[in-house]
Design a protein around this ligand. Structure first.
Ligand SMILES: C[S@@+](CC[C@H](N)C(=O)[O-])C[C@H]1O[C@@H](n2cnc3c(N)ncnc32)[C@H](O)[C@@H]1O
Length: 248
């Protein structure tokens, strides 16, 4: 990353946005596939609404949102990765109350600016500019860990090897009794009429999504048998909200 880019990222600093210099810069898959949406283009401004979140999930947004909110409790320390369309993140920040904390890690500078605006009146929230794979928070020399870590429609945007490394990072950021939540594509049944149209459309617009729909999330979690899995499906298996928690 050039010195100029580093400088402009650090200028994002404000009360609730902490720019953590990321030596590797913006992940390559974001620049190559999502450049117009997250990095340079102005599309995000129009897409970041509940209405678009609902359209992009075939009308499932409200159901998915309620299912995420069911896991949110007062006073929790929550880590969320990446800006998500719509109002859900604000509802989570409000749901944990002032004694909870809502930390958001986002790799694209423009998206951190959006998040800053979205969460500007949530004093329990903090936005950090970093690639989640390399995020390593510390407080008074001790590593910070979270009660709940949420990867909301995040994994399908990254190549498979990155999916694995990011999941390892999420696991290391969760307390022993904590949970990791994945909201993303799932393996729809053959009879699901949306299965093939979505796979074909994604080959053009979301090229890293297919492996979640064919191989499943389990393939990317190291030692999956060590976790208690809880899965909720939406739209006949097109989407999932899955939580994993370490077995005792
Ligand atoms: C959380 S996903 C959700 C977007 C999705 N289309 C939705 O339904 O809301 C997208 C965000 O994740 C961010 N992101 C992708 N890879 C990341 C990474 N490795 N670390 C941090 N943020 C990342 C992107 O820059 C983008 O702003």
């Amino acid at each position: 990353m050039s010195d100029d880019n580093k400088k402009s990222e650090n200028e994002i600093n404000s009360n609730c946005v902490v720019a953590v210099p990321n030596p590797l810069g913006i992940p390559a898959y974001l620049s190559s596939v999502y450049d117009k949406i997250y990095i340079k283009g102005r599309l995000a401004k129009y897409l970041d609404t509940d209405r678009f979140a609902n359209i992009s999930t075939f009308g499932q947004y409200e159901k998915i949102k309620q299912s995420v909110l069911q896991e949110v409790k007062e006073m929790q320390n929550i880590l969320w990765i990446g800006n998500a369309w719509g109002n859900l993140m604000r509802e989570i920040a409000q749901g944990i109350g002032l004694q909870g904390s809502f930390d958001v890690v986002e790799a694209a500078p423009r998206q951190t600016a959006r998040l800053k605006e979205k969460l500007k009146d949530c004093s329990n929230s903090k936005v950090m500019l970093d690639d989640i794979e390399f995020y390593y928070p510390k407080k008074s020399r001790k590593r910070v860990k979270y009660d709940l870590v949420i990867a909301y429609f995040l994994l399908h945007e990254m190549p498979d090897r990155k999916k694995k490394r990011v999941i390892e990072s999420l696991i290391s950021l969760t307390t022993r009794s904590g949970k990791i939540m994945f909201v993303d594509y799932d393996k729809p049944a053959k009879s699901n009429l949306l299965k093939y149209p979505v796979i074909w459309a994604n080959r053009i617009i979301e090229p890293f999504a297919e492996s979640l729909m064919t191989d499943g999330l389990e393939k990317f979690v190291p030692e999956p048998e060590k976790y208690i899995w809880e899965k909720v499906n939406f739209l006949d298996g097109l989407y999932q909200r899955t939580t994993i928690k370490r077995k005792r």
